[in-house]
Design a protein around this ligand. Structure first.
Ligand code: GLU
Ligand code: MG
Length: 442
């Protein structure tokens, strides 16, 4: 706790929900010990608050009570007056009154997916979320992608951001002026899967806070202009055994992908149509998931291919003797920050676990532009077009027996009601107006 906090200062206990928003209630610092176990009161219908406000068709109405219990290992207590940043929040888990994890608590969903992978296969994931966003506090200009000039125009923002995320307990890694005007990319070092999702939540909020301290905004919306590039959230991951040994790499096998990692990735791709609406969960997400935007438009596997849904990232060998297995890892690219990082990652862990359960074989890595391939060729490659709208992706979720097994009926039903309401709210708007609404929402 920062030494400057008074007993009456507030800490917000938050949960990351289906809308991809952080919501919760605040308690005082003075009461934090007595509230450590009971947390703050919460309501089932809160999960139906859509990102634009209206509450979706809720089966629970005004009934029911839950508790939102803080996990103090996630506490963010960052007060930097010279940046105009004063943040105090803690991420929690939503529990039923008899102290069981609530089916619609997305952080609990991730914890349970991680536990299943560990218990069934003796494996764990190390993960880093790579985020893109737009910063409103500088003049954007076409042609300045990745340029020093673009970075300079952002003034003190990038350095303040890296300092702030470090003070919030994250390990900052890179910051880049991205391809789009005023677009940025920020990464932090890998962490174990649950912590990496916590880190993603904290990183988004710190970015917003630092931008606000400069009277600007950071928008993580999936795409701001239907004609331009999107803001992706790419999930980098590697697989270890419970003793921390890498199990991804096998020099004797195609693409150096071990049998284990091959089965995991095959599961990601096989079930991707079913869970895509959880990693790309907004109407605008599907404007981003179109060919030639360096996102993903097919459920394909690639090597160093920035349009593959899952790719093997490059490994830079520092010496002949180096054991590169420690650097070898994969990247899932078909997601964005309208998604709760917990549900995003839970979907990947569940799908990868199913790939291992079914002992799927390593997918063939595609090496050409799939937009020019005929349907028969796609079928031969075992690849399909991803959904081209949220409505279609939701239909696929609703037809998925796998998803009901993986996440439970309650969450799948709540997810469909919530997201179908969001689709309905936007049905009469132009693409540009839809982007503008999401730009404000995220
Ligand atoms: N902006 C691209 C996306 O929407 C990603 C660019 C990159 O490879 O970092 O995913
Ligand atoms: Mg990028």
């Amino acid at each position: 706790m920062s030494s400057t906090r008074k007993d009456t200062d507030l800490i917000m206990v938050v949960t990351s929900d289906i809308a991809g928003q952080l919501r919760g209630k605040a308690m005082t610092y003075g009461a934090r010990r007595e509230r450590a176990h009971i947390g703050v009161g919460w309501t089932p219908t809160n999960i139906f608050q859509t990102t634009f406000g209206p509450i979706a068709d809720t089966p629970w109405g005004a009934f029911g009570d839950l508790m939102l219990r803080p996990d103090f290992s996630t506490l963010v207590d960052v007060d930097i007056p010279e940046y105009g940043v004063d943040e105090s929040f803690v991420i929690g888990d939503v529990l039923t009154l008899d102290d069981r994890h609530w089916d619609c608590c997305l952080r609990s969903q991730l914890a349970s997916a991680i536990q299943t992978l560990r218990e069934k296969h003796g494996l764990v994931l190390t993960v880093a979320f790579e985020h893109e966003f737009h910063f409103s506090g500088c003049e954007g200009q076409d042609g300045l992608g990745y340029s020093l000039r673009a970075l300079r125009r952002m003034g003190v923002f990038p350095d303040r951001l890296m300092d702030t995320i470090k003070r919030a307990g994250l390990a900052p890694d890179t910051f880049s002026p991205e391809f789009g005007p005023a677009q940025c990319e920020v990464t932090v070092k890998p962490n174990d899967a649950l912590r990496a999702a916590d880190d993603a939540v904290v990183l988004r909020e710190m970015t917003r806070a630092v931008a606000r301290g400069l009277d600007a905004r950071a928008s993580f919306a999936p795409i701001l202009d239907p004609e331009s590039v999107g803001n992706g959230v790419h999930v980098h991951f590697s697989i270890q055994d419970v003793d921390g040994h890498q199990v991804d790499y096998d020099e004797e096998r195609p693409y150096c992908v071990s049998e284990t990692a091959g089965a995991f990735v095959a599961g990601l791709l096989k079930y991707m149509p079913d869970y895509l609406c959880m990693t790309a969960p907004s109407v605008a997400s599907y404007m981003r998931l179109t060919p030639h935007r360096w996102s993903a438009a097919f459920n394909n596997f690639g090597i160093q291919d920035r349009e593959a849904a899952v790719r093997i990232c490059p490994v830079f060998r520092e010496s002949e003797e180096e054991d590169v297995s420690k650097k070898f890892h994969f990247e899932y690219r078909a997601g964005d920050a309208a998604a709760s990082p917990y549900l995003f990652l839970a979907a990947l862990v569940r799908a990868g676990t199913s790939g291992l359960d079914e002992a799927l074989t390593t997918p063939h890595a595609t090496s050409s532009d799939l937009t020019t391939a005929a349907e028969a060729e796609l079928a031969d490659l075992g690849v399909e077009h991803l959904s081209q709208s949220l409505a279609d992706a939701l239909d696929k979720l609703s037809q998925s027996e796998w998803a009901r097994q993986a996440f439970g009926e309650t969450l799948v039903d709540a997810y469909l009601r919530h997201k179908r309401c969001e689709v309905d709210q936007l049905k009469d708007l132009s693409d540009a107006d839809i982007c503008a609404k999401y730009a404000a929402a995220y």
